[in-house]
Design a protein around this ligand. Structure first.
Ligand code: ADP
Ligand code: ZN
Ligand code: ZN
Length: 750
């Protein structure tokens, strides 16, 4: 691009310099520099040379040209940051409130020189029929690891070593032994870092059902007509969504368009990846947190060069710099991990839509329990909705029993296992089938509830569960409302009104007491601190090394366990009483997912949901597996209290080194908005509401004090305007010891 001046963002993460600076482009560089170039520029009084990104080339000088400095050089070796990425960063900055540098760091791959890695591959040396034979022998001898590996090797001639040792979980001693017997060979080569390498076995395509085919055809033909947009596939697990994704990807690849497939990291199982590899061979690549920075960068480079067509990965795979994207797929779109927890706090769904707009691409979302946001948009005609109702894998839906824990208490059972659950657990132990017990602690924050009538203490203003604090006060983390703790239930008068405490460790102990013969495995944040232990525990359970698996929400994802015929949800109330407005939605999702774990194989499954609130709509509709009924009820609630998606909400999160300064800042900022909204209201426009400020859910981390307030408005643009105004105020204040972050339509508690 020709032009005399470049507007440049410099690489210093500080609000003071978070605006473009203009530089002159020296004559010899003019042809080489464009939006997205990485350059070196003199900066500040000392003219220290630093890195910067060009966001715009222009012929118009903004200052006295005499005073403008010149670009020193083009940064050699650096990726020329693509103009699209820069535009995207700008969009993120303005939409989510963040510095430009943080936005750029999110969207641009960083070049890090790392040494070329050695590529290891496990290759089968025997022919296929012999492998089948050996596989059967291993099965008969109960050599489970050997069996697992041989089973995969009957289908594929070679497998990446990382998959064999990682997801398949085969130990090095097994591999060495099999190498000695000349069944396999481990090949080592210096390779352009490609984490995927499975050669030459295209699996047969499934003939799609009419419902599946219709989705693929509609999305592809809409695309052909330039009629792109966002689609939502609502389909239970096993209804064939992944098969549909692959059909669409194939169509796009034929059109020479690239596809991005987002899958939450926890659901990126070996089985899922293998299905993609087998279908698309080395045109597909994967991105996940186990890749080194170098490998990650190589994936980006391969995508940019057009060496791959498909990338699979979590949220960050969105920023893969393909030249021409045709389709972005987001599986399990309701997952909280699609929202970034650091600045910019972007949501992958909206960001995907923005990227799709730039490329003229389409976005396809899939879920068994769509987020309220996605379903709301589908209902209001913004997204096109498809529904897949049948499970293609066979297996019947499990029978669900809801147990009323208030009744258990009345009849004298104070154990955390109801009579029904004990009975069914006993049955499973006798029949040598497996059970999973699930304690949904996500979002759990010390709420108080009545064991006799189920009442949960809630904020009278926000309808959010109050959290119990030391010193016996009950606090709302939205608006700051406080009241003393109660000794008696305000509804039924019972004195069994208590804080709810239960941990997986405790459950494990009680199980051992109740069923001394049972083999129990536990999975929670404590037992999975090491990266592999998550897979280890799941593999052990899959190999039937235990009868009962106890765990937090981590156990409801990933692996299929055909021998699991009972799932127990110990206290559905835990997530129901989480102190944010998504509690009902999360509970419905967790219960549906957990229930879906029972009866995956040939044996029919049963589910027990234990709760003090059997009448709550999230529980009733989850037990009936009725998404639409749940959606209707939840939408009414969101409409009534103006929570997203009925409206939009911005959290303003303040962190301060000194308590009183943090509190004052929160007061000052929120008062400013309140005053302004009052004027607006007088002019007759729709008003934004300010809630709080309050001490954050976690009031203090690392000796930094945290405050939050919320702004609710019908229109997102209203919130952006308010954010921009706050940013200006903050810019003038030049705060050093306080930070302010914005979170739009928050998912993660602050
Ligand atoms: P989801 O992604 O919705 O959980 P999958 O695409 O994984 O569903 O499909 C579930 C199972 O059904 C898989 O084993 C898949 O191979 C199989 N399947 C999907 N579509 C078909 C089809 N049209 N014909 C036969 N089997 C299918
Ligand atoms: Zn009560
Ligand atoms: Zn409140």
């Amino acid at each position: 691009m020709e032009g005399k001046y470049a507007n440049i963002i410099v690489d210093i993460s500080h609000e003071k310099v978070d605006r473009p600076f203009q530089y002159k482009i020296p004559e010899p560089l003019r042809e080489k520099i464009g939006a997205g170039s990485c350059v070196r520029v003199p900066f500040g009084a000392g003219n220290k040379e630093i890195k910067g990104y060009v966001i715009e080339i222009t012929d118009r000088a903004e200052f006295d040209t005499e005073k403008l400095k010149e670009i020193s050089a083009i940064e050699e070796g650096a990726v020329s940051a693509r103009a699209n990425a820069i535009r995207l960063a700008w969009w993120m900055k303005t939409t989510y409130g963040s510095t430009m540098i943080n936005a750029l760091k999110t969207v641009l791959p960083v070049k890090k020189e790392t040494k070329r890695l050695e590529k290891k591959t496990v290759k089968r040396l025997v022919d296929k029929s012999e492998a089948v034979l050996l596989c059967e022998q291993a099965k008969a001898k109960r050599q489970t690891a050997r069996y697992r590996l041989l089973k995969e090797l009957t289908e594929a001639e070679e497998l990446p070593f990382a998959l064999v040792s990682g997801k398949l979980h085969i130990s090095s001693s097994t591999i060495t032994a099999m190498e000695k017997q000349k069944i396999i060979e481990v090949q080592r080569e210096n390779y352009y870092r490609n984490p995927v390498k499975i050669k030459g076995q295209q699996t047969e395509k499934k003939r799609l059902s009419p419902g599946q085919q219709n989705i693929v055809d509609t999305v592809l033909s809409d695309y052909e007509k330039g009629n792109t947009g966002t689609y939502l596939i609502h389909g239970i697990t096993g209804s064939g969504k992944t098969e549909v994704y692959m059909g669409m990807i194939e169509g796009m690849v034929q059109k020479k368009k690239a596809c991005i497939v987002l899958i939450p990291e926890i659901a990126l199982t070996y089985q899922t990846l293998l299905r993609f590899y087998k279908r698309f061979g080395d045109r597909v690549s994967v991105m996940n947190s186990t890749l080194s920075k170098g490998e990650r960068f190589d994936q980006f480079e391969r995508a940019e060069k057009g060496d791959i067509d498909v990338i699979i990965g979590p949220r960050s795979a969105l920023f893969t710099p393909f030249q021409r994207i045709g389709l972005i797929l987001i599986d399990e779109e309701h997952e909280g991990s699609y929202k970034s927890e650091t600045m910019p706090k972007y949501h992958a769904r909206e960001t995907a839509e923005e990227i799709a707009r730039m490329h003229g691409a389409s976005v396809v979302l899939g879920s068994a329990t769509p987020s309220m946001e996605a379903y709301y948009r589908a209902r209001h005609g913004e997204y096109r909705l498809f529904t897949l109702k049948e499970r293609l894998t066979g297996g019947t839906l499990p029978a669900v029993h809801t147990v009323d824990l208030r009744e258990e208490l009345k009849s004298g059972n104070r154990s955390i296992f109801s009579v029904k659950l004990k009975e069914l657990l006993q049955e499973r132990l006798e029949r040598k089938e497996q059970s999973m017990l699930f304690l949904n602690r996500r979002g759990y924050a010390g709420f108080v509830s009545c064991r006799a009538c189920g009442l949960v203490m809630k904020c009278p203003h926000c309808d959010i569960s109050l959290s119990e604090h030391k010193g016996g006060r009950l606090v709302c983390h939205y608006c700051g409302y406080e009241q003393p703790s109660v000794k008696q239930c305000p509804s039924c008068g019972s004195k069994y009104i208590l804080g709810f405490r239960a941990g997986t460790e405790q459950v494990e102990e009680l199980l051992k007491k109740e069923f001394p013969e049972a083999r129990v495995l536990r999975m929670d944040a404590d037992t999975t601190r090491k990266k592999e232990s998550y897979e280890e525990i799941l593999s052990a359970f899959a190999n039937q090394e235990a009868d009962i698996l106890v765990g937090t929400q981590m156990i409801v994802k990933g692996h299929d366990f055909p021998n699991v015929t009972l799932v127990g949800i110990l206290a559905a109330d835990l997530s129901l009483a989480a102190n944010d407005y998504r509690a009902g939605e999360r509970t419905f999702q967790l219960l549906t997912q957990a229930a879906g774990r029972a009866g995956r194989g040939e044996l029919p499954g049963e589910v027990v949901i234990q709760t003090y609130q059997p009448g709550h709509y999230s529980i009733i509709h989850a037990a009936n597996q009725d998404y639409e009924a749940f959606y209707e009820a939840e939408e009414a609630y969101r409409e009534m209290l103006l929570y997203p998606p009925a409206a939009h909400m911005m959290a303003v999160q303040i962190t301060a080194a000194e308590e009183n300064r943090g509190e004052k800042l929160a007061e000052m900022l929120s008062e400013k908005i309140k005053a302004e909204q009052k004027n607006i209201a007088e002019e007759g426009e729709a008003k934004a509401a300010v809630i709080g400020p309050a001490k954050a859910g976690i009031g203090r981390i690392n000796d930094m004090f945290r405050y939050v307030f919320y702004v609710k408005a019908r229109q997102y643009t209203q919130l952006i305007r308010i954010k921009d105004e706050l940013e200006e105020v903050l810019f003038d204040m030049q705060l050093k010891r306080e930070t302010v972050q914005f979170d739009f339509d928050p998912i993660h508690a602050f």
